[in-house]
Design a protein around this ligand. Structure first.
Ligand code: HEC
Ligand code: HEC
Length: 219
């Protein structure tokens, strides 16, 4: 009788998805530094509870094997902000190719249902609109005071208090960028990014502009 009970309990345990299918995110303890749900308190690293909305999977898989610095001044919730050591990226866990593939699959499944924009159907920016948006990015809205981007000669320039946007076009998903620009605080209450009162046309133009920023030489 006792044996039967054990068998039933064991069977139940093995059928619980979390145990039967061990998650690499849990195994690697990524949640020590990253929020995997919005309910948690803010952590040292950037949020991953909308990873599947935010990142392009190809970029993600490469990054996990070879993490490069995106936030030169640390992250908003990191107490070492502005004192962050230069070689901090070296301390980020590095995954093998196989692990990176599995981790990417797991992360791409973590999505928010409420990232609704559909940017795919928009026509690419004309040369004129791109120049206009670049001007606004640098002057009108001064995004460049906090974000690195590329100048006409392809050189990196801009402030470092926000994440670098130099490779945003290979790294981020357009729909997510558009939602972020609408209201960064809907993702993180503590976001230090200003809320811009942009009309939709401007916001989509900015999104498309950001998606043209691509670093050909590195991630
Ligand atoms: C010791 C803390 C720490 C741990 C543990 C950690 N990370 Fe990170 N992670 C960070 C920090 C800090 C950054 C930001 C680095 C930067 O922007 O330059 C980061 C950045 C990232 C990014 C890029 C996010 C973005 O928005 O740019 C991803 C993806 C990521 N980590 C995934 C993981 C995964 C998967 C694990 C588990 C294997 C993990 N991290 C474990 C601290 C950590
Ligand atoms: C006062 C500084 C500041 C200004 C100005 C600013 N941002 Fe940000 N931005 C941030 C910070 C800081 C973050 C990182 C997340 C956080 O802490 O909110 C961020 C995040 C972002 C992200 C998401 C990047 C990522 O990898 O997570 C995008 C896209 C972005 N900003 C675009 C813009 C655009 C476009 C403008 C101008 C219209 C702009 N930002 C102006 C500070 C700024």
């Amino acid at each position: 009788m006792k044996k039967l009970l054990y068998t039933i309990i064991l069977g139940w345990l093995l059928n619980t998805p979390a145990l039967a299918n061990a998650s690499l995110i849990e195994e690697k303890k990524c949640s020590v530094c990253h929020r995997l749900s919005q309910e948690e308190i803010e952590k040292k690293g950037p949020d991953l509870f909308y990873a599947g909305n935010k990142f392009q999977s190809l970029w993600l898989e490469q990054y996990l094997q070879n993490p490069k610095t995106i936030r030169n001044a640390g992250t908003s919730h990191n107490t070492d902000f502005l004192k962050y050591e230069k070689d901090k990226s070296q301390k980020h866990p590095i995954l093998s190719k196989k692990e990176a593939r599995q981790m990417t699959e797991e992360l791409m499944k973590i999505t928010l249902p409420a990232v609704p924009e559909k940017m795919d159907s928009l026509k690419p920016l004309t040369k004129g609109k791109k120049a206009k948006t670049k001007y606004e990015f640098e002057r009108t809205f001064s995004c460049i005071s906090c974000h690195q981007s590329l100048n006409l000669a392809g050189k990196v320039r801009g402030g470092i208090s926000g994440p670098s946007l130099v490779n945003a076009g290979n790294r981020l998903q357009a729909n997510w960028v558009a939602s972020w620009l609408k209201n960064p605080k809907s993702f993180s209450e503590k976001s230090r990014m200003p809320i811009y009162k942009m009309d939709d046309e401007t916001r989509w133009r900015f999104t498309q502009f950001i998606m043209t920023l691509k670093n050909k030489n590195s991630q």
